[in-house]
Each structure stands twice: as structure tokens, then as C-alpha cells.
Design a protein around this ligand. Structure first.
Ligand SMILES: *[C@@H]1O[C@H](CO)[C@@H](O)[C@H](O)[C@H]1NC(C)=O
Ligand SMILES: *[C@@H]1O[C@H](CO)[C@@H](O)[C@H](O)[C@H]1NC(C)=O
Ligand SMILES: *[C@@H]1O[C@H](CO)[C@@H](O)[C@H](O)[C@H]1NC(C)=O
Ligand SMILES: *[C@@H]1O[C@H](CO)[C@@H](O)[C@H](O)[C@H]1NC(C)=O
Ligand SMILES: *[C@@H]1O[C@H](CO)[C@@H](O)[C@H](O)[C@H]1NC(C)=O
Ligand SMILES: *[C@@H]1O[C@H](CO)[C@@H](O)[C@H](O)[C@H]1NC(C)=O
Ligand SMILES: *[C@@H]1O[C@H](CO)[C@@H](O)[C@H](O)[C@H]1NC(C)=O
Ligand SMILES: *[C@@H]1O[C@H](CO)[C@@H](O)[C@H](O)[C@H]1NC(C)=O
Ligand SMILES: *[C@@H]1O[C@H](CO)[C@@H](O)[C@H](O)[C@H]1NC(C)=O
Ligand SMILES: *[C@@H]1O[C@H](CO)[C@@H](O)[C@H](O)[C@H]1NC(C)=O
Length: 739
């Protein structure tokens, strides 16, 4: 602005007219050579200065003659006058002018009133009013009565101040030693008169004089006065300011703005017009975002808010716009930058992300460690420590999952109440059967179990399915068996109508081998390993039709002396030892009974649990039928194959053995050793008999390995690869109490 005025001023010197023309269509602008200060008082447009020392004064320096103030520069510093009232300050923003008007006062002595100065003030015809909001009529004294009216006496108001000695005037004007009353609106003239109630006669000692004046509430400080003050002796108190409000023109904004002659509207660019009730006229204001003198054409200039961060806060990057500014929050934060940015700073974001990542890594590690711990715990719980020292191979969970192709259904060999058996191929191409027991009560997997599992794992007999190893990492141990390719005896008898069993020799061989296996189990340890579930389905046949007794592991899960029949009795209906059923005491003799059933099954080809209807209409089972045909010497009736007379002799011995095995009382049954020996004897007998008859075909039967008399060539063609373990598993049932 100053620059503009200097430029304009420069040209004004050249041509006043030119300058006037350039602002012809705008609000009237003061010429550039107008003085702006008088002493230390700033005199902004619309005010102008009529300096007493200046030869010529341009009337355009003020909006109009009402705003022309007088500067008496003979004073040092020069003093500014509004009429005859000294002016202290002018505020364009507030539309005010602070002036000093001498106070009214009265003084008394013992004789009475000595001095009474009332004040009379008037603001002329201009658009000036006493401020009704800032000023208050104020009286100071202890017996003082102040009264004010306008010149015409259209209103009157006042206050009385009374007090006693030794009061303090430190606080605000509270009524003791000082009283105040409000000034009415639109006041242009004011008479202030002062008096007393009692000629100060009671308070003369400390308060000879009273004072009355208008005072600006913003600056008035009553403690500047003392009750002992006497304006004649010493005036050491400052005269309080009086605030005069002004408007540019006494008309409404609407009226001013609607004038066709735009130069009659006092407000410049980027301004707003405000109406003052006190002055009943309008003033100008720079719009928000602009600052300067709104009465100059281009007085209101854009504020560069970014340079004043205290007044115009911005947390982000600040950008000034005309009349406003934008503030964008830093990357990664959101919100209005002026009132603050929310969210994360990039660094905070990175920190948080980092922390999250760290936490996830820790959790990941914890999970891995926990899993490993769990595996180790399972391993230990399942007797890993004990078994480690034994010959049994310990498989890992992963190894078996891989071998069984993650227990895919196509690998399923069999399924039963106890769990499932899957075929698997180990890394070294060994075929295995993996038994996955169903959930067991964990507490049942006690040390005894572990011990026996360890023991059973050492079983090594050519007619017993080998346990290759265990997996102890799982909650319930997985059992890994060798894979037996040719199915079970059950399948051969009942499902395949296998030709190999249409031959007495083969039946005898299978019976003898099974007996050897059971005898082996019974004699291996003390207490003996009881199979517990001897049946045709648990007698597997390998490629060479060599017997492999399976599922003896079941027996170790049956602890003796359990009392609850319903949950404890294991085994398969039809094969179960009736004595075991009654006493629930599983012994080797229970295996002998079941074996007897298998012998009958071999002879008859009938399922032991199927019922047979007799000619008499009576229902019976194959065991009963077998026993009665043996009694009646009509054994051939139940045979499922043809036999020669010589063979029938052997079969008779065989049947007698079976009958002994089937004795209802365990003590009357032979031991497995007896049975194995008897069958072995029978085999030898048969072989020599057979050899005599077929001496020319010697090469047809194989001497086999020296330890076995059982190697007999099987004269049937090899069968298609069977779904081997299917039946072997069905009867094997874990139950919580049996473990
Ligand atoms: C300035 O003041 C003098 C004396 O009071 C007066 O004669 C003169 O007209 C004034 N000039 C203007 C421009 O008001
Ligand atoms: C200016 O002040 C001086 C000194 O008080 C006085 O004599 C003179 O009359 C004043 N001039 C005007 C114009 O008031
Ligand atoms: C005038 O008033 C302004 C605020 O309105 C203040 O900052 C300034 O100090 C005052 N000047 C005088 C001389 O009283
Ligand atoms: C006060 O003094 C005046 C004369 O100075 C006298 O006329 C008046 O009676 C006095 N009033 C009182 C209440 O003493
Ligand atoms: C106010 O004072 C003036 C000047 O002394 C006087 O002419 C006028 O009558 C007074 N008005 C009132 C109402 O007292
Ligand atoms: C006021 O103070 C003075 C001196 O401090 C003392 O002499 C006088 O008695 C006090 N007056 C009252 C009414 O307390
Ligand atoms: C009033 O003035 C006194 C001393 O003159 C000072 O101590 C006090 O702070 C002032 N009060 C205000 C509100 O300015
Ligand atoms: C507009 O008003 C100004 C000041 O009152 C005057 O000088 C000017 O001649 C007026 N213009 C017109 C076109 O009325
Ligand atoms: C100023 O005027 C403009 C438009 O005339 C209006 O949008 C704005 O609110 C006004 N501001 C004030 C503070 O009156
Ligand atoms: C400035 O911009 C903000 C929004 O960014 C808006 O709220 C405000 O009213 C604007 N101020 C002015 C004077 O236009």
C-alpha cells in the first residue's frame, strides 16, 4: 500500500489530475502527500491531518471534513485534536478513536464547596458517537454524586459513591469510593455534573475532592486514583481515555452499496460492510484473509498466512491462496492441516509396520517352537524315551504323511472302530501299512502300554506281521507294519472261493503256521503276549501264501482284570472264548479257543458267527454242528473240500485237536505249544505219506528252509493283488477302557 501511495504520490507531483482520473471509478483515495502521523498517533484514512504548520492542506486527505483532524505541531511531540479534544489513538478495525476529556470535579473545605467544575462535551455534526459499550460514567470519591445528561436534557443518569476512611481503590470500581453507570447509545453530547450529599463534611480529612468522568473500561484503572487527590495541588493521575465510535457514513450498507455512483461507497476491494447501531451508519472491514485499510481502494491485501504460523496454524505444507490458504497434511496423515493432522506420520507408520512385523515373526516362531515342543512332548508321552533304546524304528510324522500321500483315501486299506489303516510307500520303496488309531484317552497310554509296544516291536517270527516302527510325535502313536500282499484267510475262505483252500494240504499248512505264530507269541514273554483276536481275518497270507498273523498288537491294549464287561470285552463275535466272556479274564487259552474256531472255519468254509438251520428246524452254529458231526463220525458232511481216505484220517486227528481247543473250560484246552506240535507232527506225517505216494514228483514240493517243515508248493495260480489288510483290521477295536 505504501508503495502504491508512493508511486501515486510521485505521479501526483507530476499531475494531480491524472491521479484523480485513475481512481475515478473507485472509492475516493487520499493523495500521496497526506501526512499519516501526528506525533506518535497514527492517522489512517478516512482521517486526515490539518497540520497547523502546513501551508496548504489537501481536503482529500480525509474522507470528508468531519474526519479532518488538527495537528498542532508546535507541541513536542505534536498533538492531535478532534475539534478541541485531544486524540490519543485511532483504530480503523474497530472504528474507534480514543480521546481524553478532562474530568469534572468538586472540592470542599471546612467552609463548604470551594470548587465545582462540570464538563460539557459535544462531538459535532460528524458521524461520531460516544461508545456505549466501552465507556462508563465513573465517579471517584467518598461523598460524590455524578450526574450526566445530553445537551438537550432528554435523558439523565448518575451514580453516588460513599465510603469510610482507609478503604482501598485497588479493585475494580465496585461502589465503594468509586461508582459507575452505563452510557446510552447514540450519544453525541454529554453534560457531566458533580456534587456531594454532605459537602464532604464527614470525609474531608481524607477526601477533599470528588471526580466524575467517562472512562474506557479497557484501560481504566481505579487504583491510579487516590481519595486524597486534589487536581489543584498535584495532578499525578492520568486522565482516563474516552472512546468515540465513528462510521464512515450515516446510512445502511445496502443503501451505500446500491448507489449508482460507486465512488460514493467508502469501502475498497475485498471488504465487507458492517452496520453500527451506535453510529447508525456503516463501516468497512477487510474480508477474512485480507488485511489493510478497507477505506482505501486496494487497501485490503491478501494475507500470506503461511508467514504467520502462530495466527494461521498449519501442521502440513502451507500454501497461500488469495484470501485463504491451503494446508495439506504430510503423506500418511489425514485431516485438515489447519486444525491438526490425524493418523500416522510416515515414520510412525513405518514404526508401527515394523512392530507388527516383529510381532508376527515372534508369533510365528512361538508357533513353530510350540509345534516342535508338542511333537517332542507327544514323543515322550508315547514312550519315546523307552523305545529309543529298543530296536523299533521311530518314524516322523512327516515321513508317514509323505509315505501315505497324506492319508489320501485311495491309500485306505481298511477302516474300523479303532481307526484306519493306510497303505504307504516309504522313501526306500518299502511297502508299509500305517495304522492310525482313532482318538484314545490319552491317559490310557501309560507306561505299561509303552513297555508292551516296545516288546511287541521286537517280535520277529516269519509267521507274524512285523511292526516296522512307530510314530510317537502324534498324540496317539501311529503303528507301521510290514505290508502283506495277498489278503487274509477270511477273504480266501469266504470271499474269493480260493482254490488253495480246496486242498487239505494247504489248510493244514496254514493251520500249522498259524499255530506256530501263536505259540511264538505265547512263549516269547512273561506275561505272555496274548493275541486276543485270533480269527481268519487276522491271518494274512503273503505272496507265497505264508501265514502272517496280524494285529497281535491289539492284545497289549487289553489289560487283565478289568471289570466292566461292556466296554472291555474285545475280540470278534464267533471267535470269542466263552470263558473270557464270563470272567473277562483274557488268557493264552482264549487264543487257543479262537484258534479252534479258525480250524473249524478252515474245514467247513463257514463263517463262525453265521447261524445254521438244522433239518430239525433248530438253529445252531458251525461249532455246534462241527462238534455233533465229529461225535457222529460224520465229519465229511461239513468238509468244504474233498479228501482222500488217508487225508480223512489226518482230518480226524485235526478235528479232534480242534475239539480240544474248543473246550468250554480253558484248563481242558491244550496249550498253543501242544497244538503247534500236534499240527507239526500231522504235517510231517502227511508229507511222508504224500512223498511215498508221489515219489516221482519230488521236485514238485519244495524242501524249503531247513527250519520249517511247512514249505509246500502252492499249486494254485497266483491271484490278483488283493486289497490286503481290509478284513484284518475290522475286528480290532480300541476302546478307552481297554487301553
Ligand atoms: C485547516 O485548519 C485551518 C484553521 O483551523 C482552517 O482554516 C482550514 O480550512 C483547515 N483546512 C482544511 C482543509 O480543513
Ligand atoms: C497550538 O498550540 C499552541 C501552544 O499551546 C497554541 O498557542 C496555538 O494556538 C495552537 N494552535 C492551534 C491552531 O490550535
Ligand atoms: C492505540 O491502540 C492500539 C490498539 O488499539 C494500541 O496497540 C496502541 O498502543 C495504541 N496507541 C496509543 C498511542 O495509545
Ligand atoms: C454545602 O455548602 C453550601 C455552600 O458552600 C451550602 O449552601 C450548603 O448548605 C451546604 N450543604 C450542606 C448539606 O452542608
Ligand atoms: C449542558 O451544558 C451546556 C453548556 O454549559 C448548557 O448550555 C446546557 O444547557 C446544558 N444542558 C443541560 C441539560 O444541563
Ligand atoms: C486510617 O489509617 C490511619 C493511619 O494509618 C489511622 O490513623 C486511622 O485511625 C485509620 N482510620 C480508621 C477509621 O481506621
Ligand atoms: C492498575 O494500576 C496498578 C498500579 O497503578 C497496577 O498495580 C495494577 O496492576 C493495574 N491494574 C490493571 C488491571 O491493569
Ligand atoms: C460520484 O460522487 C463523487 C463524490 O461524491 C463525485 O465527485 C462524482 O462527480 C460523482 N459522479 C457521478 C457520476 O455522479
Ligand atoms: C463478507 O462478505 C462476503 C460476501 O459479501 C460474505 O460471504 C462473508 O461472509 C462476509 N464476511 C463477514 C465477516 O461479514
Ligand atoms: C478458507 O478455506 C476454508 C477451507 O479450506 C474455508 O472453510 C474457509 O471459509 C475459507 N475462508 C475464506 C475467507 O474464504
Amino acid at each position: 500500500m505504501r508503495e502504491f501511495m508512493q508511486i501515486c504520490g510521485f505521479w501526483f507531483v507530476m499531475s494531480l489530475l491524472w491521479c484523480i482520473e485513475t481512481r475515478a471509478s473507485a472509492a475516493v483515495l487520499p493523495p500521496g502527500d497526506c501526512p499519516e502521523t501526528c506525533g506518535n498517533v497514527n492517522v489512517p484514512y478516512p482521517f486526515g491531518i490539518n497540520d497547523t504548520s502546513a501551508r496548504i492542506v489537501n481536503p482529500r486527505c480525509a474522507m470528508n471534513h468531519f474526519f479532518m483532524l488538527t495537528c498542532n505541531s508546535t507541541y513536542n511531540p505534536p498533538a492531535l485534536y478532534f475539534g478541541n479534544i485531544p486524540v490519543q489513538n485511532i483504530s480503523v478495525d474497530e472504528g474507534t478513536m480514543s480521546v481524553t476529556i478532562d474530568e469534572a470535579f468538586d472540592c470542599y473545605d471546612k467552609a463548604g464547596l470551594t470548587m465545582n467544575i462540570n464538563r460539557w462535551m459535544q462531538l459535532g455534526d460528524g458521524p461520531f458517537r460516544f461508545s456505549d459499550t466501552r465507556n462508563k460514567l465513573t465517579a471517584v470519591g467518598c461523598d460524590t454524586l455524578a450526574f450526566m445528561t445530553d445537551a438537550e436534557g432528554t435523558f439523565g443518569s448518575g451514580c453516588v459513591s460513599l465510603c469510610e476512611e482507609n478503604i482501598t481503590l485497588e479493585d475494580s470500581c465496585s461502589g465503594i469510593g468509586c461508582c459507575q453507570t452505563a452510557v446510552p447509545r447514540s450519544l453525541k453530547t454529554l453534560n457531566i455534573s458533580i456534587g456531594s450529599v454532605d459537602n464532604h463534611s464527614l470525609v474531608l480529612a481524607f477526601n477533599p475532592c470528588g471526580f466524575a468522568f467517562l472512562a474506557d473500561q479497557r484501560t481504566f484503572n481505579v487504583s491510579n486514583f487516590r481519595l486524597s487527590d486534589n487536581p489543584y495541588s498535584t495532578k499525578d493521575y492520568p486522565t482516563p481515555d474516552v472512546v468515540i465510535e465513528w462510521v464512515v457514513r450515516e446510512e445502511t450498507c445496502e443503501k451505500a452499496q446500491s448507489r449508482s455512483n460507486t465512488s460514493e461507497y467508502a469501502c475498497g476491494d475485498n471488504t465487507n460492510c458492517t452496520f453500527s447501531e451506535n453510529g447508525r451508519g456503516y463501516r468497512c472491514l477487510c474480508r477474512e484473509g485480507f488485511t489493510g485499510n478497507p477505506y482505501l481502494q486496494q487497501g485490503c491485501q491478501d494475507i500470506d498466512e503461511c508467514k504467520e504460523p502462530e495466527k494461521y496454524p498449519c501442521e502440513g505444507s502451507c500454501k497461500n491462496t488469495i484470501g485463504n490458504y491451503t494446508c495439506s497434511c504430510p503423506l500418511g496423515m489425514h485431516g485438515d492441516g489447519k486444525t491438526g493432522c490425524q493418523g500416522f506420520r510416515i515414520t510412525t507408520l513405518a514404526t508401527v509396520l515394523g512392530a507388527l512385523m516383529l510381532v508376527s515373526i515372534i508369533i510365528f516362531l512361538i508357533v513353530i517352537i510350540w509345534k516342535k515342543r508338542r511333537k517332542e512332548k507327544n514323543f515322550l508321552d508315547n514312550g519315546g524315551k523307552l523305545l529309543k533304546h529298543q530296536r523299533v524304528r521311530i518314524f516322523t510324522e512327516a515321513e508317514l504323511a509323505k509315505a501315505t500321500n497324506n492319508y489320501v483315501t485311495s491309500q485306505l486299506l481298511g477302516e474300523g472302530g479303532f481307526g484306519s489303516v493306510y497303505k504307504g510307500v516309504l522313501a526306500d520303496n518299502t511297502q508299509v501299512a500305517v495304522k492310525r488309531p482313532k482318538d484314545l484317552d490319552k491317559t490310557q497310554l501309560n507306561e505299561e502300554f509303552q513297555h508292551e509296544i516296545g516288546f511287541v516291536s521286537q517280535v520277529n517270527h516269519k509267521n507274524v506281521v512285523k511292526i516296522l516302527g512307530l510314530c510317537l510325535e502324534t498324540t496317539i502313536p501311529l503303528l507301521v507294519y510290514e505290508f502283506i500282499s495277498n489278503g487274509s484267510l477270511y477273504q480266501h475262505i469266504h470271499q474269493r472261493r480260493s482254490q488253495i483252500l480246496a486242498n487239505w494240504k494247504n489248510c493244514l499248512k496254514i493251520a500249522a503256521e498259524t499255530a506256530l505264530a501263536l505259540d511264538y507269541l505265547h512263549s516269547l514273554a512273561n506275561p505272555p503276549i496274548i493275541h486276543g483276536d485270533v480269527k481268519s481275518a487276522n491271518i494274512l497270507l503273503d505272496d507265497d501264501y505264508t501265514v502272517k498273523v496280524a494285529d497281535f498288537g491289539a492284545s497289549v491294549l487289553i489289560s487283565p482284570g478289568q471289570s466292566n464287561m461292556a466296554t472291555k470285552i474285545q475280540g470278534t463275535f464267533g471267535y470269542l472264548d466263552p470263558e473270557y466272556l464270563m470272567t473277562s479274564n483274557l488268557t493264552e487259552k482264549s487264543d487257543v479257543y479262537s484258534f479252534g474256531v479258525v480250524l473249524v472255519e478252515l474245514l467247513s468254509g463257514v463263517k463262525p458267527n453265521s447261524s445254521i438251520v438244522m433239518r430239525s428246524g433248530e438253529k445252531t452254529n458251525i461249532i455246534q454242528k462241527f462238534l455233533s458231526s465229529l461225535e457222529n463220525k460224520k465229519l465229511s458232511e461239513i468238509l468244504c473240500f474233498n479228501a482222500t481216505d488217508e487225508e480223512m484220517e489226518e482230518i480226524g486227528v485235526f478235528a479232534e485237536l480242534a475239539k480240544q481247543c474248543l473246550s468250554s473250560s480253558g484248563v481242558n484246552r491244550p496249550t498253543m505249544k501242544d497244538v503247534a506240535e500236534e499240527l507239526g507232527r500231522l504235517m510231517k506225517l502227511h508229507q511222508s505219506l504224500w512223498a511215498q505216494q508221489n515219489s516221482e514228483e519230488t521236485e514238485n514240493f519244495l524242501g524249503g528252509d531247513s527250519s520249517s517243515y511247512l514249505s509246500i508248493e502252492i499249486e494254485t495260480t497266483k491271484m490278483k493283488q488283493p486289497d490286503t489288510l481290509n478284513m484284518t483290521t475290522i475286528s480290532f477295536e480300541y476302546s478307552a477302557d481297554s487301553v
